[in-house]
Design a binder for this molecule. Structure first.
Ligand SMILES: [Fe+2]
Length: 299
């Protein structure tokens, strides 16, 4: 039971995938219990139903604020967002009391056919405008703000840079931005640009959440970054995180996305490393449960 003061409030949240709830170094509820008091929030993807969301709240999140990471609503898909799925998932957001919803801007499948790997959109003005239109349509059917995420880039095609594309998307939709610093790094690696320059090119003033995760550059193909979530966080991504935290004035949450291949010690040491970096930057999260969902005893 916590009566400690502000420094007992966690600085960092976990990014979890419900499909793998039994496959992390510990089962999801045990993992969350182990880091209790050090977590600021949770983000969870692939919750299929309100019943699963209830289990997640009861067994994992408790009183923590929760971000609902959507699974493939895909406003960048050629046919626009899957509003049927999105509307159905509103019931999950309701149970979570989602602070916001989010999703990477890209493609996982073409119709019923899954792609071999997640693919970023073509970086073209028409595609950015199509994404803006999709986000507006999502807004019409949801009570929760949708925050687009910078995608992982195994390739970069189109006449716009990542920065130009996301300025156009966030200006057009007038929305916040989720900055995944490993994804920023993947783009820098794919286009062989300095990652600091890529970071500076993005609309950092719109960033409310940062994702950080482990991965590595393919040793046999050096312009591909493998965004595994199951390896240590690479030093360049730590640099990017530090730089992003210092330059994102509206940042409310930092989420460490973990994969099932991580060992308990690797997870622990990266969690501690990121926690330490945030403490050194004197940064504290401001993510909170929506007021209607304030927990018992909260004024
Ligand atoms: Fe992410």
């Amino acid at each position: 039971m916590t009566n400690e003061k502000t420094n007992s409030v966690g600085r960092l949240g976990f990014g979890l995938d419900w499909q793998y709830r039994d496959s992390y170094p510990q089962k999801m509820p045990d993992l969350c219990a182990r880091y209790a008091g050090r977590l600021s929030h949770l983000s969870c993807v692939s919750l299929p139903s309100a019943a699963d969301a209830r289990t997640f709240m009861d067994e994992c999140a408790g009183d923590l604020p929760v971000v609902h990471h959507l699974p493939g609503v895909a406003p960048a898909a050629p046919g626009g967002p899957n509003l049927e799925l999105f509307t159905r998932l509103e019931a999950v957001s309701d149970v979570l009391g989602a602070v916001w919803t989010c999703e990477d801007i890209g493609l996982w499948s073409i119709g019923p056919y899954p792609l071999p790997y997640f693919t970023p959109p073509l970086f073209e003005r028409e595609v950015a405008d199509h994404v803006v239109d999709g986000i507006r349509r999502m807004r019409e059917v949801s009570r929760y703000p949708f925050v687009p995420e910078i995608p992982s880039c195994t390739l970069a095609a189109g006449r716009m840079s990542l920065g130009e594309f996301f300025h156009r998307v966030t200006d057009g939709a007038d929305c916040d931005l989720l900055l995944d610093v490993a994804h920023v790094f993947s783009y820098a690696v794919a286009v062989r640009r300095s990652y600091e320059d890529v970071l500076r090119s993005l609309p950092l003033e719109r960033v409310v959440e940062i994702h950080v995760a482990g991965g590595y550059i393919d040793p046999t193909f050096d312009n591909r970054y493998l965004d595994t979530h199951s390896h240590a966080v690479t030093p360049a991504v730590i640099d990017l995180l530090q730089e992003a935290v210092a330059n994102a004035p509206r940042l409310r949450a930092v989420t460490y996305e973990i994969g099932v291949g991580l060992g308990a010690e690797e997870l622990d040491s990266d969690f501690e490393r990121i926690e330490g970096l945030l403490a050194e930057a004197d940064w504290t999260p401001t993510i909170a449960r929506p007021s209607g969902l304030a927990t018992a005893g909260t004024a």
